[in-house]
Design a protein. Structure first.
Lengths: 333, 333
DNA sequence: ACACTTTCCACAATCGTTTGCGGAATCGTT
DNA sequence: AACGATTCCGCAAACGATTGTGGAAAGTGT
């Protein structure tokens, strides 16, 4: 890492003071037009690049927001990142993405990194083993704005962006029963995740309300995509549903191939509905409906929420933002 | 952003010099055991977090590597990021992910950000409109190590990590002909992308070599997933292939649903093979083979290549690293 | 008791920029 | 010609941490 040209270098060569060079480069009105020109020319000629660490230190601000998520999987998060990126860039901030890999220790480490770096704000989707928010409170006390999205904990006091999980599940059940299904299977994500339980509860209460007498339902938790496939397969001999609810794209990705592998007429004709970011359902042949859990929209809303909080000097609103998922979208018209 | 406790605060309270505090926190042998203890206690009591900007400025190094990619889509890149993250973290570096959104101007901007931030190295997959590498050369001259992966330009002189595109295509054609296909369709990505053309060329030459007399082939470029679907659909009436080669997951995602939508016996029985990261093919019912273009492996190899270059003081090897894709993997056993 | 290590810590410079303040030159006005 | 207003720029102190050097106190050996 060799020596790079600095403001001092420029100032020495031009015979002016460093402060003048700095002002010239920033188009400060105090500096004469002619001099500004010369400074700029020399700067490009000598490949001058302002040292971001130095200027950030001086201004003690780096215009950076952090995004902490469990993992950048192919499901959901790419959309979220896209939404956040767009909104964040519009407002002149840089985005830093950190992954916790579903590991609380790593999540804490990431928060520490954010504090050390003096980021302006944090958007975080909690990993499944996170149950209390001390590490976030620590960051908040350091003056960092925080917004939680998607995955949270029950008694969260930070601003939150997400969908109404229970309601979404109820809509799904409602649709299935409307289609005439009476034997429902709900497949949910990792049991440690907040949304898994929210959505399961919504599913179960809806089933109890909406299923006709003689109907039945069952709900299972899958640890991941492969486990969803495995559980569905293992369960089929005992419980053969005519309606299946998949709480996420990951579950759906496990379910669909398995479903078509089960050489059973019932399997072919059983209705499936999911909560989805809206990409995956279109890949399958089978008619497939889903509740649109729009990652992009959640991303922009989360970023917007954080930016609002920043403008209000950290005193952000405490009311959760609930994104309305689009009622029901069929992927075949 | 209120005032945070600094090393000076600690030193003032303890009645020692800032340098002593710094050394104590770094477990420097010059500092007495008792004092170290007191410093550390006060530090945690006062929620002291070292200001990363300050220390990075002083040491003029920030242990950060940048990853610049066109876009974080659901295809391929999540795996790549995973591989890179793992390798990079092992070596104590931070990773910064930047997206160019297939926009050269944005790519240049990202490089500039990297220079300003004084990152140690850059891993980049070029966006499709990038044809010359002046912006990368600029960064290289500033002492930043660079590795290009996946998407590159013809006459690249930087270290490169990727697969042998032509060879992969040839293997695909070879498999299709071995299956008895004689009328092949190759569907490729955006025509501006290097890999699109490499893979198409490989496809075409292989077709000419391997197809029996009477055989035929055709290759088309799709701008994106939806366009792949559309083109396949539009083309079907004129050219009805019995073997289809999809050069990427994105293309595959466009092709498969369309294929099953085409109510034609031929469509059901036509063989499909793709180059894939290895997740998507397992989602489909149809028997589907693919050449494993392993994103994770490419990620680790890219990061390793960059780290090697860093250790050798920026004088990195100039020989491209070619990852051998796993020959042919069937997704149903 | 003397010289000689160790042990432990302070001083001050430094990384590269930014910025409040002050001041010299130039200009315009009466 | 005198005087206030512009215009344009330098001085020096920050931002918060790291580090080479120097040196006082304490311990060791003879």
């Amino acid at each position: 890492m060799q020596k790079r040209t600095t403001i001092k270098d420029l100032s020495r060569i031009l015979g002016v003071s460093p402060s003048t060079v700095s002002r010239a480069l920033h188009d400060h009105p105090d500096i004469g037009k002619a001099l500004k020109q010369k400074v700029r020319e020399l700067a490009t000629a000598l490949h001058y690049y302002p040292n971001a660490m130095a200027s950030q230190l001086r201004q003690s601000d780096n215009k950076t927001l952090a995004l902490i998520i469990p993992e950048i999987t192919m499901f959901f998060f790419p959309s979220v990142i896209e939404g956040i990126t767009q909104k964040v860039r519009e407002h002149g901030y840089q985005l830093m993405v950190l992954q916790s890999h579903e590991n609380l220790q790593q999540e804490i480490e990431n928060i520490k990194t954010c504090i050390n770096l003096r980021v302006n704000g944090i958007m975080i989707s909690l990993c499944r083993d996170t149950h209390q928010l001390d590490h976030l409170k620590e960051a908040a006390e350091m003056g960092i704005s925080i917004v939680i999205f998607d995955k949270t904990v029950p008694n969260n006091r930070f601003p939150f962006v997400g969908i109404d999980d229970k309601n979404a599940s109820q809509k799904a059940v409602s649709w299935l029963t409307f289609q005439g299904c009476t034997k429902l299977l709900g497949i949910f994500g990792h049991p440690h995740m907040s949304i898994s339980n929210q959505r399961r509860e919504g599913f179960e209460t809806a089933c109890m309300q909406l299923l006709p007498t003689g109907g039945a339902f069952k709900s299972v938790h899958a640890l991941n995509q492969a486990d969803a496939a495995h559980q569905l397969h293992a369960l089929w001999s005992q419980f053969e549903p005519d309606g299946i609810f998949c709480m996420s794209d990951e579950v759906l990705a496990g379910v669909m191939p398995t479903l078509s592998k089960i050489a059973d007429n019932q399997a072919k004709s059983s209705k499936v509905i999911g909560i989805s970011d809206g990409k995956l359902p279109f890949l399958f042949h089978e008619s497939l409906h889903f509740l649109h859990h729009d990652g992009f929209k959640i991303g922009t809303a989360t970023a917007q929420c954080l930016l609002n909080g920043l403008q209000m000097g950290g005193k952000s609103i405490d009311v959760p933002v609930i994104i309305q998922e689009t009622p029901i979208v069929g992927n075949r018209q």
